[in-house]
Design a protein around this ligand. Structure first.
Ligand code: ZN
Length: 179
């Protein structure tokens, strides 16, 4: 950030009084511009023994498979964000279940939250950010073509929990992959 979004004056990066981290501070109007992690929210839509994946029509990871998910908007609840993203990316209506995975991704300043959900019908269609939709059984999951680590982790938990017949919330912190 170079300029204050409140008044347009140049900002400086320094630790404000009483704070512990450097912030973009505007000495012209006194604004302190905090930057905090963003929430990425989505759903894991089930239909009988299969789950719905979306093939991405946008970067990053164009052409790879993912669950319907995206950035939470101001003014909505976490659950509503999951429903909205599922509708936008898959034109699919689901009944949300429990929050299922919450994975911190500190190196990109994000937290990914996925809900279990049940498709209400098979009347889904690709949204504008999606090339293709498909229901996958466990042995059909294209593991090498999953767009994001948090989605692969969520899918692995799902199939493991289903085999065990025991569901719980999984919270994790993702670390950078070894180079
Ligand atoms: Zn300012």
């Amino acid at each position: 950030m170079n300029f204050c979004s409140a008044c347009g004056a140049p900002v400086v990066l320094r630790v404000p009084a009483g704070d512990s981290l450097p912030r973009h501070v505007c000495d012209a109007c006194g604004s302190i511009h905090y930057r905090n992690p963003r929430l990425v929210v989505g759903a894991l839509p089930e239909w009988e023994d299969r789950i719905l994946l979306c093939r991405r029509a946008i970067e990053p990871r164009h052409g790879k498979w993912t669950l319907p998910a995206g950035f939470m908007e101001n003014g909505e609840s976490v659950a509503n964000a999951a429903l909205r993203e599922t509708l936008e990316e898959a034109c699919a209506r689901v009944e949300l279940g429990e929050m299922y995975t919450m994975i911190s991704v500190p190196h990109i300043h994000q937290v990914h939250v996925i809900y279990r959900s049940r498709l209400l019908d098979l009347d889904f269609a690709p949204g504008i950010e999606t090339l293709e939709l498909r229901l996958f059984a466990e042995d059909e999951i294209p593991w090498d073509e999953i767009a994001f680590r948090t989605i692969a982790i969520t899918l692995r938990h799902f199939f493991a929990d289903r085999r065990a017949g025991a569901w719980r919330l999984h919270t994790e912190d993702l670390t950078l992959p070894p180079r």
